[in-house]
Design a protein around this ligand. Structure first.
Ligand SMILES: [Zn+2]
Length: 437
């Protein structure tokens, strides 16, 4: 979706119709709460006023202007209101099950399902995401043959409740695909979900095909290593540079899956906007990250999630310690001025929670590394919006799109309350509420 174009279309529509006195049909809403947190702004007893899809006033309730007589009120008195949450690394057309076998079996099942089946999964996961407060999600691949673009259209036209999607369509990957076992038997995985590229020329062609399909972002797999390979296969610097320049010419950003240091370095050097996963990140990369202003998108969940996925409850402390160690490094990067945001990379549906619940665990994972709750909220809202190129979402400011959620309790005191979303407004439309009048 191109948000900027969408807004200008609305503006033209309103301008043309001003003489018809549309003001009386405006939809005014007032959200009252205990606390508001948005970027660096923290307000006790706040009030937010929206008109149609826009935020028109934010401040302390006691300083509020006279409200329009037809205002609809939402009294969220024990709640904290926040900008809608953003998952910068989602896979909403993929629903893996531990019962279906290992990761490769799931990938194969996922890549060979019908487009209609994929779309059904997408519709149901989108609802789970928005009910958990995610009003924006960047879908980075494993979406079949660009089925994410069909899902985006259903959401944009309010036929399905779901987050605003920033959709990548198919991903570009080195020859041989992203995953092990992509032998003849598994070749359908590459065919349906990826473009194999081995030169700047065919990479450019793949990007242009994606642009023509209407994607919002380009996803590339920079490195991949099969279990027995000595070193990862990595896209060349020339190829990455061509992908980035072609994307830029078409106003698109580039998200790069890179797990290994060699892949991360070539991707950053090549000018990508974000490094997804960044498993082998270490402090020696900070100067390059700062120079290139590249975002890091760690994609960790909690020990409880990994234990449930792997069926090993006894390993929760061990998994948590691993996540804590990783997130401590990203906290240091954040403090050094590196852009770090959060992505769930959630693929599995577990009994312990739906996709929205599972995605929200990324906030608890960040807290394990000692990241300040206010920073975690920014990583999941305003900073994420910046990476996605969405200046009008991610914060509760006058003139912004009214993407507002409420959680029960105070996330500064307990980050887990980000998993207790009681109210969701997207573009001024209330999608979830239990306390409105
Ligand atoms: Zn992913």
């Amino acid at each position: 979706m191109n948000l900027k174009n969408g807004l200008s279309a609305i503006f033209i529509f309103v301008t043309l119709n001003q003489s018809f006195s549309f003001a009386s049909s405006s939809n005014y809403q007032a959200i009252h709460a205990n606390l508001l947190i948005s970027g660096d702004l923290v307000i006790n007893k706040p009030l937010v006023i929206t008109k149609n899809s826009e935020i028109i006033w934010v401040g302390e309730e006691k300083k509020a202007p006279v409200l329009h007589k037809n205002t609809k009120h939402h009294f969220l008195d024990n709640s904290t209101i926040l900008p809608g949450l953003i998952d910068t690394h989602a896979h909403l057309l993929s629903e893996w099950k531990t019962s279906a076998g290992d990761i490769w079996e799931n990938l194969y099942i996922n890549s060979t399902q019908s487009e209609e089946r994929g779309l059904e999964i997408g519709k149901s996961l989108s609802k789970e995401m928005i009910y958990s407060g995610f009003t924006t999600a960047r879908v980075l691949g494993n979406s079949g043959n660009n089925v994410d673009l069909r899902l985006r259209k259903l959401i944009d036209t309010n036929q399905v409740d779901g987050p605003r999607l920033i959709a990548a369509g198919k991903a570009l990957c080195p020859p041989g695909g992203q995953f092990p076992r992509i032998t003849d038997e598994y070749s359908a995985v590459i065919k349906n979900d990826y473009y194999e590229v081995n030169s700047p020329e065919n990479a450019k062609q793949a990007v242009l095909e994606l642009v023509a399909s209407g994607v919002d972002v380009i996803k590339i797999i920079v490195d991949n290593k099969i279990e027995n390979e000595a070193s990862p296969r990595v896209l060349s610097l020339d190829t990455i540079k061509m992908i980035v320049s072609t994307a830029r010419e078409n106003n698109l950003k580039v998200a790069a899956h890179a797990e290994y240091e060699i892949g991360m370095r070539v991707a950053i050097e090549g000018g990508v906007d974000s490094i997804e996963h960044a498993n082998d990140y270490n402090e020696s990369m900070i100067p390059l990250l700062l120079e290139k202003k590249t975002y890091l998108v760690p994609t960790y969940s909690t020990g409880e999630f990994y234990a449930a996925r792997n069926g090993k409850p006894e390993k929760i402390p061990e998994y948590n310690e691993f996540v804590a160690k990783e997130m401590r490094m990203f906290n240091k990067a954040l403090k050094a001025g590196v852009n770090v945001v959060l992505g769930s990379d959630a693929m599995y549906s577990l009994k312990s929670g739906d996709r929205g619940d599972n995605s929200a665990l990324m906030f608890q994972a960040a807290a394990l590394g000692g990241i300040d709750p206010l920073d975690i909220i920014k990583m999941g809202t305003i900073h994420a919006a910046k990476l996605l190129g969405l200046p009008n979402v991610g914060s509760i400011n006058v003139g912004n799109i009214a993407d507002i959620i409420a959680v029960d309790g105070n996330p500064i005191e307990d980050i887990k309350v980000l998993s207790k979303v009681s109210f969701v407004m997207k573009e001024g439309r209330v999608i979830k509420s239990s306390k409105s009048k």
